[in-house]
Design a protein around this ligand. Structure first.
Ligand code: ZN
Length: 438
């Protein structure tokens, strides 16, 4: 059933791409961080799409070797020259302030100010994105062009109207119950401010996957997490340690909105079912792709794949973090991501889920010589209907490989036939009691 529903969905991806891009556009202006009202506002908008459960974890809560930090909020920030003109203004771009800057209101010389300024000399029109979560400090990020206009003789007024106080860490969770308690985890960090590819594209694909899956009858249960990077997954894992035993497969989604080739980073296990399926889907997508081995740097897969958990969670991306110049700059904006790129990412993720849902292992119930297919209407019975006809070769492959060792995916790979064709043959054989699910 799900296979057909998903196929129909594939034809709707253009519309889905536009809707995902619209969500990115709504979330773009918000100044998010690992805690605070920007994160809450983001979850509130996501709630218009899926019924998220919002969790609040108090500052100071110990989570493994970490502590939930103070909550950060910001109202305004600027640098004024002596004429009173704002030469750097938080209202123009929330990237102008180093994320988690402590409050400051001070007049200072350019020399003093310079130690708090960050620019990108190689890209003089772009604003860098910088954070200081775990060390109390403050700073401004500006274009190198703005920086070059600063005057040695000036006295600058610096204001950051922020607060760093006892509060909460906020995250969103959405659970879709399937027919089994075994879970698929879909996780994305949601803590970056106005950055589209690194952050908003992953959120958007996750939201629309969740919305779509919630309408289907599913084998697995699905858990979607919208969390602040690192501290969010550490917190969730610490508070849900027993629950992690149910997680059989997972994907971290990020950087899925740019025009680069697909990249799948394998789980630490390296040959988990999700790793094999993701590679199979990309290899058959007709698109450029790369599969890379796990390494302990990147996003929340670092925590899910830490040795105490070692979950089968891979990371699905287009261009990986750090591999494109727009990464962590103001150029990772609404022009950099495109509806067709997020739509394409959504389609590949759905294909992965489609195979996960259907990748069963069967045992041939008539394994000594081939069963007589003709008398069961499984052979030459539906000739001429090329589209709908059962593929007889697929039937023979399934019967031959259904020795309990081959999953349907392994059969598809060995036979060189499409997973859907193999699955259809298996379902027909199952109806005739020629196969039994293991
Ligand atoms: Zn990032």
């Amino acid at each position: 059933m799900i296979a057909e529903n998903l196929d129909v969905e594939h034809n709707k991806t253009n519309a889905v791409g536009q809707n995902m891009y619209q969500l990115i556009t709504k979330l773009y202006p918000i100044c998010r961080s690992i805690t605070g009202n920007g994160f809450r506002e983001t979850l509130n908008i996501i709630k218009d799409y899926i019924p998220l459960e919002v969790h609040e974890v108090p500052t100071g809560t110990e989570v493994y070797d970490w502590t939930v930090p103070k909550e950060w909020n910001i109202k305004d920030a600027y640098i004024k020259n002596s004429q009173g003109a704002k030469i750097v203004d938080f209202n123009d771009s929330n990237l102008h302030v180093v994320n988690y800057s402590v409050p400051v209101q001070q007049k200072m010389s350019l020399d003093e100010l310079k130690t708090h300024l960050f620019t990108l000399p190689d890209y003089p029109d772009w604003i860098p994105y910088r954070t200081s979560y775990y060390k109390e400090s403050w700073g401004f990020c500006l274009t190198h062009k703005q920086y070059l206009e600063l005057q040695d003789s000036e006295t600058y007024e610096v204001v950051i109207d922020s607060s760093l106080e006892t509060g909460h860490l906020t995250y969103g969770e959405y659970f879709i119950a399937g027919e089994t308690t075994e879970e698929v985890l879909i996780s994305c960090h949601s803590c970056h401010p106005s950055l589209c590819n690194d952050n908003l594209s992953g959120i958007s694909v996750a939201v629309f996957l969740a919305q779509h899956l919630s309408k289907l009858s599913l084998h697995y249960s699905y858990r979607f997490l919208f969390i602040p990077g690192t501290i969010g997954s550490v917190t969730w894992l610490c508070h849900n340690e027993a629950q992690t035993r149910n997680i059989k497969h997972g994907l971290v989604l990020t950087c899925v909105g740019d025009g680069g080739k697909f990249t799948y980073k394998k789980s630490r296990q390296g040959s988990a079912e999700i790793d094999k399926i993701a590679e199979y889907v990309l290899a058959n997508s007709g698109k450029e792709y790369e599969v890379i081995d796990f390494f302990p740097y990147g996003y929340d897969e670092r925590q899910y794949c830490s040795p105490g958990f070692n979950l089968a969670v891979g990371c699905f991306m287009r261009s990986p973090h750090g591999s494109f110049p727009e990464y962590h700059t103001s150029a990772d904006n609404l022009e950099f991501v495109k509806p067709e790129y997020v739509a394409d990412s959504y389609t590949q993720c759905l294909s992965i889920i489609q195979i996960l849902e259907n990748n069963k292992t069967y045992l041939n119930q008539n394994s000594k010589c081939e069963p007589r297919l003709g008398k069961r209407g499984l052979y030459r019975a539906v000739g001429g209907q090329a589209e709908e006809a059962l593929n007889e070769l697929a039937i023979l492959w399934v019967l031959n490989l259904a020795d309990g060792e081959y999953s349907l995916l392994a059969m598809a790979q060995r036979s060189g036939m499409a997973f859907n064709v193999i699955n259809k043959a298996a379902q027909a054989l199952l109806k005739h009691d020629l196969l039994k699910e293991i």
